[in-house]
Write a protein that binds this ligand. Structure first.
Ligand SMILES: [Zn+2]
Length: 252
């Protein structure tokens, strides 16, 4: 498994909870040394246009140069992870800001551009993949991702949400049951942890989630899978959750 990371992901760009550099730092502390790291480039305007209107891109640019550059580099991280995945190796984009609340024309809640959507669209337009499954394990529904793929029958978006640990794993297993895909992409948020937004998961559940996804990708997607960081705000547990997830997601 490769981790896509840029040192600028730790630079400040804003004041919302997702912008806290400590989030990335807490993850680095846990996973550095466990996996090989690779460096991305910022997404181009042309790439951003795969999932966003010109007007939306300009509106983010006008928020602040800092936000615009940070958001472009986060998309670049997801693109890089998707390119690694397509070659058959799992990858995790350790990026900030997150993206799943960014739709085609607008964004909210700490997101600016939809990292995972731009990456998936890039592979689809180049003909590298046809059918894609996006699984979102963040506490929050990825309305932006759902919006962007609303009219794309070949891209299936699933948000997993539940009130108990058992139910969460059951629902995840159910959405992995379906058909064959060319690629599996994961919106990997960690705010469904018991000590984060107060939802049911424990740290070790993330390893099981990663494992289930990795097995499914092996059986149904030719092993092609990548994950992109979304939410997760309690820096006392975030790094451990990511580590747990990646050890499952990397496969046996
Ligand atoms: Zn969230």
């Amino acid at each position: 498994l490769k981790v896509v990371f840029h040192e600028r992901y730790c630079e400040p760009y804003g004041w919302d909870p997702a912008a806290a550099p400590e989030r990335i730092e807490s993850i680095l502390r846990e996973i550095e040394g466990d996996f090989e790291f690779v460096t991305p480039r910022p997404a181009t305007l042309r790439e951003l246009r795969l999932a966003h209107t010109r007007a939306h891109i300009e509106s983010v640019r006008h928020l602040s140069p800092r936000i615009f550059e940070a958001a472009r580099l986060a998309v670049g991280g997801a693109i890089k992870a998707s390119e690694i995945a397509i070659r058959g190796e799992p990858a995790f984009a350790l990026v900030r800001p997150p993206g799943h609340h960014a739709g085609r024309k607008s964004c909210w809640d700490f997101c600016f551009f939809n990292n995972i959507a731009v990456a998936v669209e890039g592979l689809r337009r180049s003909g590298s993949v046809g059918r894609v499954l996006i699984v979102d394990i963040d506490y929050h529904y990825g309305d932006g991702t759902a919006d962007i793929f609303a009219e794309a029958p070949d891209v299936v978006y699933h948000h997993v949400a539940a009130n108990t640990r058992r139910e969460f794993l059951k629902k995840l297993a159910r959405c992995l049951e379906a058909s064959k895909y060319d690629l599996l992409a994961v919106s990997a948020g960690f705010d469904a942890h018991r000590e984060d937004w107060g939802s049911p998961l424990e740290t070790e559940d993330y390893e099981e989630i990663g494992r289930l996804i990795s097995i499914f990708a092996g059986e149904r997607c030719g092993g092609r899978r990548f994950a992109v960081l979304e939410g997760g705000y309690n820096t006392r547990v975030l790094g451990k959750c990511v580590k747990s997830f990646l050890h499952g997601f990397a496969g046996p």
